[in-house]
Design a protein around this ligand. Structure first.
Ligand code: NAD
Length: 338
């Protein structure tokens, strides 16, 4: 009998985006999904357990910086979503060695392993909008920013640079292993993806906590807002998941770099705080602070390439996304973790 199953490997599958992609892919019984994670950040909560209980999902606890671990994996995967990484400002500042080590070695070992996969159709490499930060700061590039912008490293001595450097290195692995060993790949650069289960060390969960705590002290809470007129574009997780799966499976995106984000939803930090407070049903007064030094005034992806290649346009507006996200976080703010 012909094998009608599609075998998919997801590294970092217990994390925010990995879990959400698995949830979507596992809705199709013809997909067989293997998740790998070492629980450096991801965790087995009710949401992950619900996915792990599905008959077409299996979980392997393992470390993608261990070459011997890759040797134990089956060789029948057709699609690989490589999402395992050490991320987040706190990690980057406190553990820049881990950022460099995990993000670089895992991608090298993955591509070494991929050389042995006869059925491989695509590796999806998860890169970041951070990669544009140096060019944005020093060369005043176009915003919304297209994928074709040249990349600039800012301060090579700074721990902050390690994350963007590790992702540039990963992108280079994709192009060079891809070319030499005929390994099909797509690079996505995520721009501010948000939604349920993203942890607590990101701007939106931090705002939930701040507004809740200040509102408990006073009916009209005063909320400090730095860089109030700076703008950012946020992309709801469901749009990020749909577009990630689409570009991984689409023939036109093989060997391409694709921005994933939602430039239609660019918003000032001032209006973002107001929207969050309104979703939470709280009355607040903003205390506007000066701009944070080094913070770019505007950040937004040019998403015309994904639209041209696949027809994809995001569909979830910011208020709706924050409402869905808050519905998940509301009862969990006290049990916060990384
Ligand atoms: N969330 C965003 O807005 C965003 C923006 C830009 C780029 N990205 C990229 O997307 C990817 C996924 O991001 P996320 O937000 O889901 O992060 P996340 O931290 O929620 O998920 C990463 C997962 O990788 C796992 N992991 C870390 N080291 C590992 C190792 N050595 N072996 C096995 N597993 C390991 C962690 O335990 C975690 O579950 C990352 O590569 C990140 O750089 C995300």
């Amino acid at each position: 009998m012909p094998n009608t199953q599609t075998n998919i490997l997801i590294t970092g599958g217990a994390g925010f985006i990995g879990h959400a992609i698995t949830r979507a892919l596992s809705e199709h019984p013809t997909n067989t999904i293997t998740l790998v994670d070492n629980f450096a950040r991801g965790r087995v909560d009710a949401d992950l357990q619900e996915i792990l209980d599905r008959p077409n999902v299996q979980f392997i606890q393992g470390d993608v910086t261990d070459a011997a671990f890759f040797a134990t994996l089956p060789k029948n995967f057709e699609y690989i979503y490589h999402l395992a990484a050490v991320i987040g400002v706190r990690n980057v500042m406190e553990k820049p060695d881990k950022v460099l080590y995990v993000n670089a070695i895992s991608t090298l070992y993955l591509f070494e392993y991929a050389k042995q996969l006869p059925n491989l159709k695509r590796i999806l490499f998860s890169s970041t909008s951070e990669i544009y930060a140096g060019t944005l700061k020093h060369f005043g590039i176009t915003v919304p920013t297209p994928e074709t912008e040249h990349l600039t490293l800012d301060d090579i001595t700074s721990p902050r640079t390690t994350y963007m450097l590790s992702k540039m290195y990963g992108e280079s692995i994709c192009f060079n292993y891809g070319r030499l060993y005929n390994i099909p790949f797509t690079v996505v650069r995520y721009h501010n993806v948000y939604g349920p289960r993203m942890g607590y060390l990101h701007v939106l969960p931090e705002m939930f906590l701040k507004i809740r705590d200040k509102s408990a002290e006073s009916e009209n809470a005063i909320i400090d807002v730095a860089s109030p007129s700076h703008t950012r574009a946020f992309c709801y997780i469901d749009d990020a998941v749909k577009s990630t799966i689409l570009v991984t499976e689409h023939t036109a995106t093989q060997g391409e770099i694709i921005n994933i984000g939602n430039s239609e939803q660019e918003i000032s930090i001032r209006d973002l705080v107001k929207t969050v407070a309104s979703v939470m049903g709280k009355t607040i007064t903003l205390n506007e602070l000066p701009d944070t030094p080094g913070s770019p005034a505007r950040r937004s992806p040019d998403t015309s390439k994904i639209k041209a290649l696949t027809g994809f346009v995001p569909s979830i507006g910011l208020e709706e996304g924050i409402t869905r996200m808050y519905a998940w976080y509301k009862d969990k703010l006290d049990s916060r973790h990384e």
